[in-house]
Design a protein around this ligand. Structure first.
Ligand code: CU
Length: 225
């Protein structure tokens, strides 16, 4: 079933608006530069609009133009924006349209802290990024009337891991890769599966066919410094 995405890659033309972040409010959106780490070409430290993120949960709503994306919802402290911590396991979404997780948990240890959340899509056309400025707070979970899912959209957790910072971007999926893609104390390490490679950034956006395909290990390297 998962391998059907391999053929979809060949059939689906590249579209505009890779993905939209509907809520919380994005730091910025540029369709052309959404593939730029860490925030789609916008300043990771921007505080123009800051959303309270209750530890008890916040809806995260996106709209995808892709037939399939793997989502990573991550957070970093404002003063340490290279140490991204996963808020949830990776989510594989299939079907184009709105996708909303009604209650993404915050990080209790960061209550009261200024932080940034990063929404990463591992999409057929590469890695895509948007961020939102947040402050983790106590209190009850936030809700959103606009949290909805498209009729064609399904989603499930997957054990895919993201290895991604300013130096490296790759993912590892499926049982083979899980053992070697390790995660320590919330931030991903640079350990990667034996077959993954790191390549210079130049051609990454065009390497759509290398994006992760189901349980098969796919990897992309980015060197963004
Ligand atoms: Cu796209």
């Amino acid at each position: 079933m998962l391998l059907k995405s391999a053929s979809l890659l060949l059939l689906v033309p590249f579209t505009t608006a890779h993905f939209l972040l509907n809520s919380p409010p994005t730091i910025g959106f540029s369709d052309d530069e959404e593939s730029t780490y860490p925030c789609g070409s916008f300043d990771v430290t921007s505080r123009k609009t800051v959303t309270d993120f209750p530890i008890a949960g916040l809806p995260i709503s996106v709209t995808s133009t892709h037939p399939e994306d793997t989502w990573f919802f991550r957070a970093a402290l404002l003063n340490d924006t290279e140490n991204w911590v996963n808020l949830l396991p990776a989510i594989m979404q299939q079907g184009t349209g709105d996708f909303c997780n009604p209650s993404v948990p915050g990080l209790a240890a960061w209550e009261g802290e200024d932080a940034v959340i990063q929404i990463v899509a591992s999409a057929p056309d590469g890695f895509l990024f948007q961020c939102a400025a947040v402050k983790f707070v106590g209190g009850s979970a936030a809700t959103s009337a606009s949290c909805k899912n498209g009729t064609k959209v399904t989603a499930e957790f997957t054990d895919e891991k993201l290895i991604l910072n300013a130096q490296t971007t790759s993912t590892a999926g499926g049982s083979e890769a899980t053992e070697t893609a390790t995660k320590t104390s919330g931030s991903t390490t640079q350990t990667s599966a034996p077959s993954s490679t790191t390549t210079p950034n130049s051609a990454v956006r065009k390497d759509a066919a290398l994006a992760v395909v189901g349980g098969v290990l796919g990897s992309l390297g980015l060197l963004l410094l």
